[in-house]
Design a protein around this ligand. Structure first.
Ligand code: GTP
Ligand code: SPV
Ligand code: MN
Length: 631
């Protein structure tokens, strides 16, 4: 441990940063950071010297503090109460700050190759953005000096995973956004005890600023401070550090989520031999009372929350939710893969969520929830497209405009979200906070594939399963800045979230397959196949039929048959009792032409994007698929 003397530290700061001396002196006592471990103090003071907030406030995570933050947000008109819902609030953002900004999200390492594969000549790399350390320092210096002037810097000590758990990790987020404090208080375990748990040990350093010092230099829209022209979300894996500027929204600002749990998380997982993945975790119990857990990776806004909380339609089966977005998975000493949900809440897509599609989510968000960018009704409630009923009064849309069905624009932003405590989910799994994690039997990949991809199939081997993850593609969604419905490659649903070179990530996935380990079976699902009338599979609760088949396969039942793409259900093996009118043939139709083309496109993608960093085994799997489809 590095020894720290407050006097020499202050002298250092005074010498380097003369103009903020007074401020720092005042903060030093006012913020009571003096009781913190030296390396924590050092981190906070260094960033305070840079950002020059008016004061520093160390969060303790208490209910009283939560109330205080809500009062601050109400006073600043950043949120308003939703009268019909207990302790629920609505925030509306600047329309320029509504989703993750992938084009402004970078990872900084000495060596570019560590972060991204080098694309083929003339091809734009799509597997992450790298920034040279020198450029990063310059970008920080352009943005951060004085960026918190007139504001409070909140110090948020948080745990990803249960405090004290063997798979859990700690972080400290410094932010000038009380909205972020309120949201992090739901999404992570914020507690002053985390500071003691960190002791003299490691924590992930997270710095966030909305980039709007006071007095304001630009007019705010909806009172939502942000700096859209200068957004930058950066990661420095070697220092386990995240620095984010200019956006207050979602994954750009709730730094425990994608920045820590996935980008920094995946680099830690690589170094320590485990997996940090964009996956839901659910438990499923059959009518005999036998329970198994599965993890599933779907790209953003492709159905993780829905599946995680699903209400099964098949009698006697029960599904319980461990997590809806992120899984940290480690093999235990018995060779079993165990997963935790490092989060403490759900940041779920609102539109499309209804009593029909996700009744458990609807109950979960009845109280203690922060809604962002949904519409409001004149009778004191909220509303969005696909909520399952007409609005119960006049509607004001997410941009604060009067709205009717003829307005021609959505009332709620397509990426509007609810932020609700996980413990409120009626189907939360009794083991969801288990420190050692739940045992994983199957891993499922999926995406929005309107054509060609069947409802479910099983990988022939672990290597084939890793290939299925590598070959994932999906229609673009509103969760990031993309427009339109193009089919995009989104390997492992991690394309925006890889913390290091995707080729090396693939090798890591191949390497975790070791003697003595019980490797989960791997499956691919597609709820989104369409014909001219729309989706051909009813989805939602009916997806339990597919889960049943998966679980029975994990139990070794002889209900699968070979096909060109892997193992598909034997005729009649998918339980369709009580579900009439589904054209199952269409759900499972396999076209060799489609799959020949798919194999060729995936091969081209891997060659152009990953090149020689892609393990030979993955190319071999792609060739095998092409060969099977050509026979
Ligand atoms: P992120 O939080 O962005 O990572 O997204 P997610 O993967 O959790 O997505 P979510 O469960 O919120 O799903 C978003 C959209 O998918 C909603 O519009 C849902 O209605 C739709 N959806 C989910 N499951 C199904 C399904 O089985 N069938 C169909 N047709 N749509 C579905
Ligand atoms: C996603 O985009 O996958 C999300 C939302 O879960 S955000 O937290 O903004 O990343
Ligand atoms: Mn997500």
């Amino acid at each position: 441990m590095r020894l720290f003397s407050s006097i020499s530290r202050q002298n250092l700061l005074i010498n380097r940063l003369n103009p903020v001396r007074i401020l720092l002196r005042r903060d030093y006592s006012a913020a009571s950071v003096a009781h913190l471990a030296p390396h924590i103090q050092e981190y906070i003071l260094e960033k305070a010297a840079l950002c020059q907030p008016d004061d520093i406030y160390v969060c303790d995570g208490s209910d009283a503090e939560k109330e205080k933050i809500i009062q601050t947000l109400l006073k600043e008109k950043l949120i308003k109460p939703i009268p019909k819902l207990e302790n629920c609030y609505l925030a509306k953002t600047d329309p320029k700050d509504v989703a993750r900004v992938e084009s402004k999200t970078v990872i900084s390492t000495e060596n570019e190759r560590e972060t991204i594969p080098i694309p083929a000549e003339g091809v734009e790399g799509k597997l992450g953005k790298w920034m040279a350390p020198g450029d990063l320092q310059a970008a920080i210096q352009e943005r951060f000096p004085g960026c918190m002037k007139g504001r409070t810097m909140y110090v948020i000590p948080f745990s990803m995973g249960p405090i004290g758990g063997s798979i859990s990790k700690y972080g400290i987020e410094l932010t000038d956004s009380p909205y972020v404090v309120a949201s992090m208080g739901i999404m992570t375990r914020v507690n002053e005890s985390v500071l003691e748990e960190i002791g003299s040990g490691e924590f992930v350093k997270c710095l966030h600023s909305v980039g709007c010092p006071l007095p304001l230099q630009r007019e705010l829209t909806n009172n939502w401070p942000c700096n859209p022209e200068n957004v930058l979300v950066t990661h420095i894996p070697k220092d386990r550090e995240i620095i984010s500027f200019g956006s207050g929204y979602g994954g750009n600002s709730l730094l425990g989520k994608k920045c820590f749990a996935l980008r920094i998380g995946s680099t830690i997982a690589r170094d320590e031999g485990w997996l940090a993945e964009h996956m839901l975790i659910l438990g499923i119990t059959n009518p005999q009372g036998e329970k198994k857990y599965i993890a599933a990776a779907f790209p953003s806004a492709c159905g993780k929350t829905n599946l995680a909380m699903m209400a099964p339609t098949i009698p006697g089966w029960k599904v319980e939710c461990v997590g809806d977005d992120i899984a940290w998975m480690k093999f235990d000493n018995n060779g079993k893969l165990r997963a935790i949900n490092p989060e403490n809440g759900f940041f779920g897509v609102a539109p499309g969520t209804s009593e029909h599609t996700n009744p458990n989510a609807m109950t979960c968000m009845e109280k203690n929830t922060v809604y962002t960018n949904v519409a409001e009704t004149s009778d004191g409630n909220i509303w969005w497209e696909g909520i399952g009923h007409d609005p119960t009064g006049d509607v004001t849309d997410w941009k604060n405009q009067p709205w009717t069905k003829d307005s021609g624009t959505p009332a709620a932003h397509p990426n509007s979200r609810f932020c609700a405590p996980a413990g409120q989910c009626p189907t939360i799994d009794p083991q969801w906070e288990s420190a050692e994690g739940v045992p994983i039997e199957a891993i499922v990949f999926g995406g929005r594939r309107p054509e060609g991809v069947p409802l479910v199939y099983e990988a022939n081997s672990w290597e084939h399963g890793v290939f299925l993850g590598a070959a994932m593609r999906s229609e673009a969604t509103a969760a990031a800045e993309f427009k339109g419905k193009a089919i995009m490659n989104d390997p492992f649903a991690m394309r925006p979230f890889f913390g290091y070179n995707f080729g090396h990530y693939l090798q890591h996935w191949l390497d975790v397959n070791q003697d003595g380990r019980q490797m989960p079976k791997i499956f691919n699902v597609n709820w989104f196949r369409k014909n001219e009338n729309g989706f051909i599979w009813p989805g939602f609760g009916e997806n339990s039929r597919v889960l049943e088949w998966i679980i029975r396969r994990c139990g070794g039942e002889d209900i699968a048959q070979e096909s060109i793409i892997g193992k598909i259900p034997k005729n009649g093996s998918l339980n369709m009792e009580g579900c009439d009118g589904v054209d199952l043939d269409a759900c499972f139709e396999l076209s060799s032409d489609f799959w020949k083309q798919e194999a060729a496109e995936v091969r081209q993608y891997l060659e152009e994007q990953v090149g020689e960093d892609c393990p030979a085994e993955i190319y071999a799997q792609c060739d095998e698929l092409a060969k099977r489809a050509s026979q």
